[in-house]
Design a protein around this ligand. Structure first.
Ligand code: COA
Length: 321
């Protein structure tokens, strides 16, 4: 039966690295507080030239090189982001221009930190339907531009970056997927864009990222293992058959708790959040690219990707490498 396979990966991180000690110089925090509560030690932060589109295009170009496919062979570019600098053109259309993807349709999708899983699953649906055979999927976020830098309980968590995969029709690859949303919990993680004055309403200044940290923590440690267990059950597989659980990199304590609830060794949960922080839609493909390039992945390995984020949204993708 035909499915969707990841055939190449790429990523891009801004040049500037900001350590916990650097943050402690500009706000009342410490490396001890941040690293013991989250596992994060440093993050990359974008400068003015490193827009979401620039990072997305670099990650996309590297994924295409890794896959050995040319611009003409890409039929669609799907970008997950919730921090693009402009409402339109989409990041997808900017990547289309930068990489010369003349044959591709391009669009963005917003599902916050679950965004990459949602674009991967959407690409899979397009491929399964027979509409397209080869798609570039990208997760990119520059949340540092949407954060309240006076709110020490949120601004220390996030980093900027992009990750990308080329996916194509194949006999092996995605085994199963699931994605979910619960709008009734939208208030625990929000960010509002500014608006202009209209004849009917006043201009709104917008408001930066707001998060109820403990509510998000409790949601994640219950929902992610449930989602993974159900997907394994549905596909009649067990956690033992999974080589790596590639989880959204928000907090090492969340990842350790998920491992414990699934009764799986924490060694099967690779992490790069110590160096990247929470890069939102970029976190899963960034980690996947790191694993791919360091030779950790062998053809046939079973991977479980899973993430959660604002919306609230969550999901998982079970695949054979
Ligand atoms: N440095 C030092 N102290 C800090 C701090 C910082 N950066 N941020 C908050 N604090 C203080 C608080 O003011 C509070 O002090 P008080 O006890 O004197 O009032 C104390 O630390 C504890 O704050 P609290 O918010 O209860 O901490 P916590 O143990 O819940 O950890 C998070 C906070 C954000 C690390 C944790 O809730 C978390 O990781 N949640 C999940 C967030 C997440 O994954 N988001 C991404 C979703 S995709």
């Amino acid at each position: 039966m035909m499915t969707t396979r990841i055939i190449g990966t790429g990523s891009a991180l801004p040049a500037n690295i900001v350590t916990n000690d650097d943050l402690a110089k500009i706000m009342d925090t410490s490396d001890e507080w941040i690293s013991s509560r989250t596992g994060i030690r440093e993050r990359h932060l974008a400068d003015d030239s490193e827009t979401a589109a620039v990072l997305a295009a670099e990650a996309g170009r590297k994924a295409m090189e890794n896959a050995g496919v040319s611009a003409e062979e890409i039929q669609m570019v799907l970008v997950a982001t919730s921090s693009a600098e402009n409402y339109f053109p989409s990041v997808g259309c900017q990547v289309h221009k930068m990489l010369g993807l003349h044959q591709a349709a391009a669009m963005d999708l917003s599902a916050a930190c679950s965004g990459f899983l949602f674009v991967l699953n959407t690409a899979h649906a397009y491929i399964k339907s027979g509409l397209y055979e080869r798609i570039l999927v990208i997760g990119v976020d520059t949340l540092s531009r949407t954060i309240d830098w006076t709110d020490r309980s949120t601004c220390v968590l996030f980093g900027d970056g992009a990750g990308a995969c080329v996916v194509q029709k194949d006999e092996e690859g995605i085994i199963g997927m699931s994605q979910h949303s619960d709008g009734s919990q939208s208030g625990v993680l929000t960010s509002f864009a500014p608006t202009q004055k209209t004849p009917l309403s006043e201009a709104m200044p917008g408001s930066p990222l707001y998060m109820e940290g403990q509510a998000v923590f409790k949601f994640a440690v219950k929902t992610v293992p449930d989602c993974i267990s159900r997907l394994l059950e549905k596909e009649e597989m067990t956690a033992d058959q999974v080589k790596y659980f590639v989880l959204h990199q928000a907090n090492s304590r969340i990842i350790q708790s998920v491992a414990k609830r699934l009764k799986v060794s924490a060694d099967k949960f690779p992490m790069n959040l110590d160096r990247c922080g929470n890069t939102s839609a970029a976190s899963i493909p960034l980690l996947l690219d790191e694993m791919n390039r360091s030779g950790k992945l062998e053809k046939g390995d079973v991977l479980m990707l899973s993430g959660f984020g604002a919306g609230l949204t969550w999901g998982a993708t079970l695949l054979r490498w």
